[in-house]
Design a protein around this ligand. Structure first.
Ligand code: URP
Ligand code: ZN
Ligand code: ZN
Length: 460
């Protein structure tokens, strides 16, 4: 099967030109002006943008968390991602404390394999680092193609590891050629503030926000950066939200240390005033919480300064009934919000259209850098001869309104209900196959492949 995408404006992290793209099988085989090739199907992309499929390296699908499961499965979540122009996601496998990494991977494989519609990979979340876990790291990197290890400095009593475990894990991961991802907030401080607010009868979603002030994130980011510097281990801070935490990374650059930083779309465009809406604020109960307007400015600037490398989602959806588990106590509201389908369009509309980032920067942070950092480049994350034909054809002028009534995520509310967006995904190809066309998904569950990743490179 071959396809020819004609006359699109091709955007990568570095280029911007009008050309035809010829696809044979799963990969791009030629790019050029007025290509004279015969294809099974021609797609007219005149006046459209044509860019690489988005990569969302931070999603939680079908994840057991806070007494329930996130509501998108690997099927519904990767399908919704495709509708929004994201062709590959990286999901998190969670180790059960006291058990092996392999048993956690087996568990996730049993739910993801044969179900994913879009391509996916896994990060391995280490919640119990010990002599046995240590022996598994090399195997994960070299045999499983899972090269990134997630750690939580928060969620005390559940997922959190201490600094002793962190240092031990960093030494092993560095030795084997991997990378540490971190949820960098101070779990002890947060635990203290949560208990304090509960004892004072302060139980609304607002107190979720007030239990995680900026200092809890800034302190942990600085500690993580220092530990990464001490061990020499490559580090990646997930869902960084605020000025204080970004300054910790900025300071590290002064000693020529590179730490990768991810923020998420919600931290760029939403702010903490949403927690003043009584229990409705539960829609945005996530960790870290939404911050202030000044933090949004810091993050947009951080992207342009090259300090913030990736814009992800931390997609972790829960039905409203699940959110209501915390109706009388904010600490029982499952943390997370849905965005896997909205990221590419929101970042284009709010970032590119409003002049905050360039088109090339848009592709860099949403597609290319995640592929590079997580060992999938140049197979994924760009449009080039030999790369997977994961391609988005995007109408930059089409206006539409985000709503739970029309989205494809398995969640009964939208964190962006009524949000007016300019720019819409029109057609999506995944490994040369039409995945989305005429607002319909054309591929079935099981089409999505597990992507084995290479060792990390710090050159992005
Ligand atoms: O609120 C969040 N972020 N939920 C998902 C788990 C995590 O911390 O990433
Ligand atoms: Zn987290
Ligand atoms: Zn997360």
């Amino acid at each position: 099967m071959s396809q020819l995408i004609k006359n699109g404006r091709v955007i990568t992290a570095t280029d911007d030109y009008v050309a035809d793209i010829f696809i044979e099988g799963e990969t791009v085989s030629a790019i050029g002006k007025n290509l004279s090739v015969k294809a099974n199907k021609e797609i007219d992309a005149s006046s459209m943008l044509v860019f690489p499929g988005g990569i969302d390296p931070h999603v939680h699908l079908d994840m057991p968390f806070m007494g329930t499961f996130s509501s998108d499965t690997h099927e519904t979540g990767t399908r919704a991602a495709l509708f929004g122009g994201t062709t590959t996601v990286i999901d998190f496998v969670l180790q059960t404390q006291g058990k092996s990494l392999q048993s956690a991977l087996d568990n996730w494989n049993s739910r993801a394999k044969g179900n994913a519609v879009g391509d996916y990979s896994f990060h391995m979340a280490v919640t119990d680092f010990n002599e046995n876990t240590k022996k598994e790291i090399k195997h994960f990197i070299e045999e499983e193609g899972i090269t990134s290890f997630k750690t939580f400095m928060a969620y005390k009593g559940a997922l959190m590891i201490d600094d002793r475990q962190m240092i031990g894990l960093m030494e092993e991961v560095k030795k084997c050629g991997g990378l540490i991802n971190v949820h960098a907030t101070n779990g002890d401080m947060i635990d203290y503030l949560v208990q304090k607010h509960r004892e004072e009868g302060k139980l609304s979603p607002l107190y979720h926000y007030l239990s995680q002030p900026e200092v809890t994130e800034a302190e942990a980011a600085e500690r993580f950066v220092d530990m990464a510097n001490f061990t020499g281990c490559p580090g990646y801070i997930v869902h960084l939200t605020c000025e204080g935490a970004l300054n910790a990374v900025r300071n590290a650059t002064k000693r020529n240390q590179k730490v990768f930083v991810e923020t998420c779309i919600q931290y760029l465009i939403l702010d903490a005033s949403l927690y003043e809406k009584d229990f409705e604020g539960a829609k945005w109960v996530m960790s870290p919480p939404l911050r202030e307007k000044k933090d949004q400015e810091t993050l947009w600037a951080g992207i342009n300064q090259g300090l913030v490398n990736v814009v992800a989602t931390d997609h972790c959806p829960f039905m409203w009934e699940q959110k209501k588990m915390g109706e009388n106590d904010f600490s029982k509201i499952p943390n997370g919000h849905p965005a896997i389908e909205n990221r590419m369009e929101l970042l284009f509309s709010e970032g590119v259209n409003k002049g905050k980032i360039t088109l090339n920067k848009y592709i860099e942070v949403a597609c290319t850098n995640p592929a590079k950092i997580f060992g999938m480049f140049p197979r994924k994350g760009t449009i080039a001869v030999g790369s997977d034909a994961d391609i988005v054809i995007f109408d930059p002028n089409k206006k539409h309104t985000l709503s739970a009534k029309s989205h494809h995520m398995n969640v009964d509310y939208s964190g962006y209900e009524g949000w007016e967006v300019t720019g819409k995904v029109k057609t999506v190809l995944l490994r040369g196959e039409i995945a989305i066309e005429n607002n319909e998904c054309k591929i079935e569950k099981g089409f999505g492949k597990f992507i084995k990743r290479k060792k990390v490179s710090q050159n992005i």
